[in-house]
Design a protein around this ligand. Structure first.
Ligand code: NAD
Length: 506
């Protein structure tokens, strides 16, 4: 067997500390929140959780900073985000190392995630000159009807472990140019990465003359996030995570008439039709299903394959799966890193048991590796039908394969899950492709052709329907969620005509 090569000595604790320090962050030591590396289970540091007083003070600061920041012209606000993008570029390696150490992503994906932060900063800088409102024709003479977009307030960002930096950046970069301030509650599983980002924002703010208190990070679990959820000073709660979390957060924000942007779980599928380019499909499927160890919200979890090609495709995907190197993400050639925690493996093996009970066959993978950290080989499972376990999101690398005979049947199977995030069709038939993208096709927020379900670009709006929560972040006109719209009617005539021809008095 070829010798395994370590790209670096694996003293994860000192590597993490160096990277955090290089970004200029202090780590609040304590004994509440252990920062653990899934790479080998090392405890990197134990942090102090933010107290209720800390949370209240951070919100108060952000509220005060907002009153200054909202009157800074948007293109000037862009300067902060431009500087942030430069600092992220400068510290790309430090941040990527932290993402690998805390979230377990292979370095190429970790660097890609940092690149996504840089990209969204660039997008936001351009946006700072394009926060356009419309002018509508007024029905009354001598009147102007228009809309203006104003800053919204404090944005509470709650993020998940699996995109420890990109999702924050999607929110923060856009929120800043929109004139909002940000209080961030990152996942308790990735606190060091968050502290490093926070330090870079503070530096960018100081260097670009933005007010203090424009950004804060809170350390702790869901209960710390809960304080953001319930505080009426937080105008928008942008929460990314499980459907379970969204079910708690959504109604509580709604109860105080706050705004909520939810980015929740997915159960993403690809339809593979008889005309598909199978070489391309196999590559797309393997990256989407096994990449990031199945821990992306957009991970491919269901494959819906025409019955004429299902045996061939399963064989080819299984071949590719058997060649995937699973292991320490810092090792060259490894494509599948660890699961985040022990409970991910418990969920994976429980799901595989349920799949077998429902008549499924595990074609390959699904084994736990005997080493420190939680490592599992990606599982490929043929299912006789879309049973309950297939309709749930198990946040681990399990790809269920179903077969179909007509495209209508494939689309029905595709949409018959509670989630609605990402979807794909592999086909060279234009009718099939267009049907999949049409109103009666995929019901997801993301629908692709001849590309897997994961790996979106920042230029599009990201998010999904149904239990995925309906929120949209990142590109396109997602910025509108971070601003409030005022409709303005200006009368420049000497008359006072009423709308709809209403007469009142003379
Ligand atoms: P999680 O729901 O366990 O935690 C997400 C965040 O919510 C964490 O910061 C957590 O502390 C916080 N939280 C939990 N309960 C809370 C509460 N009651 N009030 C306030 N905050 C609370 O999710 P996870 O395990 O970190 O991430 C995996 C999940 O996230 C998967 O379901 C995945 O699909 C989803 N996800 C979705 C997207 C998307 O954009 N749609 C992106 C990434 C991850």
């Amino acid at each position: 067997a070829p010798q395994m090569t370590h790209t670096a000595p694996l003293d994860l604790r000192s590597r993490a500390a160096d990277a955090v320090r290089a970004c200029g962050a202090d780590i609040p030591s304590g004994d509440d929140v252990p920062a653990l590396s899934p790479v080998d289970g090392t405890v990197l540091h134990t942090l102090r959780a933010s107290s209720p007083e800390d949370v209240a003070a951070a919100i108060e600061c952000a509220q005060q900073a907002f009153s200054q920041w909202r009157v800074v012209p948007a293109p000037v606000r862009g300067a902060l985000v431009r500087r942030l993008g430069e600092l992220l570029t400068e510290h790309k390696d430090d941040l990527a190392a932290l993402v690998t150490i805390e979230a377990g992503k292979i370095p190429s994906e970790a660097l890609g995630e940092v690149q996504e932060m840089i990209d969204v900063c660039e997008f936001a800088v351009g946006l700072s000159r394009q926060l356009y409102g419309r002018t509508m024709p007024s029905e009354r003479p001598g009147h102007r009807l228009m809309e203006t977009w104003h800053p919204l307030g404090v944005v509470g960002v709650i993020s998940a472990f699996n995109f420890p930096v990109a999702v924050w950046a999607w929110n923060a970069a856009i929120a800043f140019v929109c004139g909002d301030t940000v209080v961030w509650k990152p996942s308790e599983l990735t606190p060091l990465t968050a502290l490093a980002c926070d330090a870079l924002v503070r530096r960018a703010a100081a260097e670009s003359g933005a007010p203090d208190g424009l950004h804060a990070v809170l350390i702790g679990s869901g209960s710390v996030g809960g304080q953001l959820v319930d505080d009426p000073r937080v105008a928008l709660v942008s929460a990314t995570g499980s459907v379970r979390m969204g079910r708690e957060v959504g109604p509580r924000v709604a109860a105080r008439f706050g705004r909520c942007l939810l980015e929740l779980g997915g159960n993403n599928a690809a339809v593979v039709t008889p005309s598909a380019d199978l070489d391309l499909a196999v590559r797309g499927i393997v990256f989407a299903a096994a990449g990031t160890a199945g821990q992306r919200c957009t991970t491919l979890r269901r494959l819906i394959v025409h019955s004429s090609i299902v045996d061939t495709l399963v064989e080819r995907v299984a071949d590719a799966y058997r060649q995937l190197r699973v292991g320490d993400p810092f090792e060259d050639g490894v494509l599948v890193g660890p699961l985040i925690r022990e409970r991910s493996w418990q969920a994976m093996s429980a799901a595989l048991d349920r799949a077998r009970t429902a008549g499924g066959t595990v074609v390959c993978g699904g084994d736990r590796m005997d080493r420190d950290g939680v490592y599992a080989t990606p599982a490929l499972v043929r299912m006789p039908s879309q049973s309950e376990v297939v309709r749930e999101e198990t946040f681990a690398p399990i790809l269920y394969v179903l077969s179909y005979d007509t495209l209508d049947e494939a689309i029905a199977l595709h949409n018959n899950v509670p989630q609605g995030l990402a979807s794909a069709i592999f086909t060279l038939d234009q009718r099939e492709a267009e049907r999949f993208l049409a109103a009666d096709g995929s019901d997801c927020g993301i629908a692709n052709v001849n590309i897997g379900t994961s790996g979106a670009e920042i230029g599009g709006a990201f998010g999904g329907e149904k239990e995925t929560g309906g929120g949209r972040e990142s590109g396109s006109d997602s910025w509108k969620a971070y601003m409030r719209r005022a409709t303005n009617t200006v009368n420049y005539s000497t008359e006072l005509p009423l709308a709809q021809g209403v007469r009142f008095g003379r």
